[in-house]
Design a protein around this ligand. Sequence first.
Ligand code: GLC
Length: 746
Amino acid sequence: MKRILSTLFLSAAVLLPSAAQSSSALPQLGKDPIEKVIQAMTLEEKAGLLVGDHEFDKYKNGEVKDKVPGIAGTTMPIPRLGIPTTYETDGPAGVNIDARREGDSRTYFCTAFPIGTLLACTWDQELVRSVGEAIGNEALEYGCDILLAPAINIHRNPLCGRNFEYYSEDPVVTGKIAAAYIQGVQSQNVGTSLKHFAANNQETYRRENDSRVSQRALREIYLKGFEIAVREAHPWTVMSSYNRINGLSVQEHYPLLTTVLRDEWGFDGYVMTDWTRQLRNTALQITAGNELLMPGFQGQIDDIIASVKNGRLAESDLDKAVERMLRVIMKTPSFKGYEYSNSPDLEAHAVITRRSAAEGIVLLKNEDKTLPLTGAKGKVALFGLGSYDFLATGIGSGDVNNAHVVSMLEGLVNAGYSVQEDLRDMYEGVEDEIHISPSYATRRAKDSDMAVITIRRNAGEYKDRHNDEGDFLLTATEKAMLKNVSDAFHKEGKKVIVILNTGGVIETASWKDCTDAIVLAWQPGVEGGNSVVDIMTGKVNPSGKLTMTWPVDYFDIPSSQNFPHDFYGDSWRKDWKAYDPYKKNTGYTDYNEGIWVGYRYFNTKKERVSFPFGFGMSYTTFAYSDMTVKRVKDTFKISVKVTNTGDREGKEVVELYVKAPQSGMEKPERELKAFAKTRLLKSGESEILTMEVAVRDLASFDEGLNCWIADEGSYTFEAGASVEDIRAEIKSALSKKYTEKVLTRL
Ligand code: GLC
């Protein structure tokens, strides 16, 4: 969707600074050499530009009118030099700004698009790019310059509160989906902020927690997604995370923020810190490679000025940071004077949300072709709080102020189904799950044609989840509902369909057998119920696949030994004194599982799972054939033919795994190296998918030698419908070892 680009390329008339009379004598950003502009800046202006500007009193007392109320941050203007304010807004699933403004009768609702995890489960880079375009356009039309997204930390443990914003347990899915998202947003000439760099995989004491990670796990798992996204999509900015890595604060981590990010990967934008309201060592933060300290307060400006004056911070380092800021500012709509409308096309974006959500919904179970629903549009007995109060997205900065979320009730009614009235009335306005007795379930089984049960879970920023009832586990009330409804409806020969409206993984093994179908809806955005019912009715054939493992038991997960799943305190409180650096999983977290995250562990150890990585069902079937591989310079090109062998049109995700020759280094049984999705194939139609794997992508990271190594030998390329369902394979060889040294350790 190419929008408004032409208008953006209108004469890039620089905003004439208010002090126009002084601008003639002074160099102007965009008109004069950037060096001249920097030379003309005072030390106070330089320091001010490197510190977020939005939480200063001038905004709080209304002296400076908030152009975008609810914005997460801004940068300081220097009008005399033609440097405008720029506006940084959350979040990954849509623009997060206030929906209402004081003294303004209109509203400023935004679109809650599908959450990051759902987008990843589409495995469709083109689709994610189009969603990014729409989100970028909303940011643009609401007057924003940088979208604080995508959020791409690895799903190290399913109980991380913010996993809904993140993509996967696998770095290749993470990086490729992130790259597509960034390309989409930035196609609207709005910037992104790739976050939270790096190894920020829990919310508990996130501002201080020390992630203790091996060099190999960092390189292969926790940095690899960021590397792919930076190299392939060039985000305008990166957000450095709150935590520590191996004892050193990320915000003071020169090896990470400069040597790896810039020298190894070629990042050329600016780094902003995550929203740290404590005065840390600003000189170290800037020399380490942060150009913008967010959200910003006067003490930081003072500290920078003092640091320059006392020699702790070289002015040349300050100028380098200022230049990096200015180069990004020059790309922004605010600098180009874009006339934003404050009226993005929310209807068109809702259509994109409905379609894209359906592509990331995962059909986990479909016994005896329960779905798609066929025949007369009977009466649905709709159970579960979430059926009537459906979640579009999660909690915290990743939330969106949207006007309305289509519920399961509305979605079914919109599709022409009637919903059992007594149930609808019973759930009206209730806050807690209702106990469904066997007798009640029996009555409903007699006067309804099928049962639909929604299990709902929410989580988000500030807190991690728990391996408890009502979170990872079902509650007794939910278990009773599933059992009583299933018993009653199965007795009448009627079907039971479960909808999972959740931002993350929950326990499924103990109850999935009592259902006929399970639809994983995630948090699909504003069109929620419509997207889910489009799948249930077969209007859209499900093609989503899991980008993370769904275990049988939480403690089957290697990282469960080192995660704060049993911490119930409030690590968000302001008295940092409560933080104990010597406390396991809250002061520091040992990533003892190393690279054995998700399928790398379960598939290699042949451990049981409830649903495997890469799994997702369709209403049709696909055959894989004619797999070929050829080496073109430093790249393997692998092709596989996918044929729709069923009776309905559908799309298929093909996952390309590689089995490397065993060498001195212990390696996973197989690792995902690429993926592709067919177009919509009619019954009998075929498509040849071609995927590329660079030789360097075959390498594992040798900690001792501090370099990537791909051993010579035979490599098996596998085309899989999931990590446990390999449909075709082909071998190729590396005739000589590949090595690539890295520049630092972390
Ligand atoms: C929060 C989040 C970050 C967000 C920022 C601005 O602390 O960690 O993801 O973009 O602050 O709201």
